[in-house]
Design a binder for this molecule. Structure first.
Ligand code: ARG
Length: 460
């Protein structure tokens, strides 16, 4: 029998039961549901709304159910619709009449809002831990590649020499902001909605703070309509997760490029690569491609949630049940991607000489030659023009700028003297850029240090 069958004369059609039920996916929140119910019933007892003997009995039975679910002893029932009513049914089966007191002063509307917040809070912690792991790998790789010179690109054309550490520390900054965004999101999620009731709270003298404290919430929601209607916390998380996926996807794109024969900058470990069923020579970067591809699923979840919510009148509407699968898929996808991505990154081989050779080609020191002329008193616009002509000359002769003889150089500008070769060496180009944020080893060391301090803070 359904927990709400009182006003009905007929059973629901089994097709409707199936369509309406969420137990297939929301059973994942069993733990949060039980912990929430346990806190609620303790509060009912302490506030004298039910007897403390009843409260204790219910609480004990709830924890036994939790244990049995974890041991795989319990099968949920589609006819009981969702995780909330499944657990309440099991409780009543086990302890009879007393179990029927659990739902006093509560609605499934505030219950599901509570469970979902608790569930996503846990997921944020798990995703944050994976991001911290990724950041530690980036710091380690950067420390080992402070002088690994490679070309920096704009328009995917070789632009100026940088180091691999500089490039990797750019990703460090992105994922650092992602962690900070998750911290922010957590703070707004960590607000306790129970006590909102169906929409208009309750007349029972409940103590909402007591429940909040047991469940480690920072605050309680301030409006009962908002408490049951709000899904911003999920939308905000989906948006944080989408940005994480943008970052992972761009990084993956580079890994895919870098592992091609054309670049040859890195080689992925066999354990994180795949072969072809027809071409015996192939070694494919499937892990990175999947991460790039899976970003679409996470953006899709964000779109689903925004669309589900945008036209809903206050307060709860059943449409909101659609929030769960989208969020579950988003958190699972991000966790799955990070787990593989971290290992793939940690085990890849870096081909320093390929990176250096690429930086030597493509006139990546042209800006530095122009800057050299400026130091000798030539206005920048003129020096830009002069070096442009020198580049055109070198393209014709198929040589690099530093391969020009001094006489050849002086044909373009009388301001050039023998010191030019040192000034336009790749090492000088990189290590001359000592400004904060620049690629010089000493600048990167500063940001590695601040990165370490940030991670230590986050691990607390
Ligand atoms: N399974 C429902 C959901 O996930 C729980 C809340 C149901 N509330 C209701 N009034 N039908 O949204």
């Amino acid at each position: 029998m359904k927990l709400w069958s009182g006003r009905f004369k007929k059973e629901t059609d089994s097709l409707m039961d199936d369509f309406n039920a969420s137990i297939r996916f929301d059973s994942r929140m069993y733990r949060q549901d039980i912990l929430g119910s346990a806190a609620h019933v303790r509060m009912l007892g302490e506030c004298g709304i039910i007897s403390s003997a009843d409260a204790q009995l219910i609480r004990k039975a709830l924890f036994e159910i939790l244990d049995d679910i974890e041991k795989g002893k319990i099968e949920f029932d589609v006819a009981a619709e969702d995780i909330h009513m499944n657990i309440e049914n099991i409780l009543i089966d086990r302890i009879g009449q007393v179990g029927k007191k659990l739902h006093t002063g509560r609605s499934r509307n505030d219950q599901v809002a509570l469970d979902f917040r608790m569930f996503l809070r846990d997921e944020i912690k798990a995703i944050k831990a994976l991001l911290i792991d990724l950041e530690s790998i980036l710091l380690k790789l950067s420390e080992n590649n402070l002088d690994t010179i490679m070309p920096g690109y704009t328009h995917l054309q070789r632009a100026q020499p940088i180091t691999l550490a500089h490039h990797l520390m750019a990703y460090f900054q992105m994922f650092r902001r992602d962690i900070e965004r998750l911290n922010d999101c957590y703070r707004r999620m960590n607000v306790m909605p129970l006590g909102s009731g169906a929409l208009a709270s309750t007349t029972y003298p409940i103590n909402r703070m007591m429940v909040a404290e047991e469940l480690e919430f920072e605050r309680i929601t301030e409006n009962s309509l908002d408490g049951v209607s709000d899904r911003d916390f999920a939308i905000e998380l989906a948006s944080c997760l989408s940005i994480i996926m943008v970052h992972l996807s761009r990084f993956s794109e580079e890994i895919i490029l870098w592992s091609s024969l054309e670049f040859g900058f890195i080689e992925l470990d066999d354990a994180y690569s795949t072969g072809s069923s027809i071409m015996p020579q192939k070694k494919n970067p499937d892990a990175a491609e999947l991460v790039r591809g899976k970003s679409g699923r996470v953006f899709g979840s964000l779109m689903s949630l925004l669309t589900v919510m945008k036209g809903l009148p206050l307060a709860y509407n059943k449409d909101m049940q659609e929030d769960k699968e989208a969020m579950f898929d988003a958190v699972d996808t991000v966790k799955g991607c990070l787990m593989v991505f971290n290992r793939m990154l940690d085990t890849m081989k870096i081909n320093k000489s390929c990176m250096l050779n690429a930086a030597k080609g493509g006139f990546t020191n042209a800006t530095d030659l122009a800057d050299y002329l400026v130091k000798k008193g030539v206005p920048f616009r003129d020096s830009h023009e002069i070096v442009g002509k020198m580049v055109a000359y070198c393209i014709e002769k198929k040589i690099a700028l530093e391969d020009l003889t001094l006489e050849e150089m002086q044909n373009f500008s009388g301001h050039i003297s023998n010191d030019v070769y040192d000034e336009i060496s790749l090492d000088a180009c990189v290590n001359g850029r000592r400004v904060p944020g620049g690629p010089a080893a000493e600048s990167i060391l500063v940001s590695i240090k601040s990165g370490k301090a940030f991670l230590d803070e986050q691990k607390k």
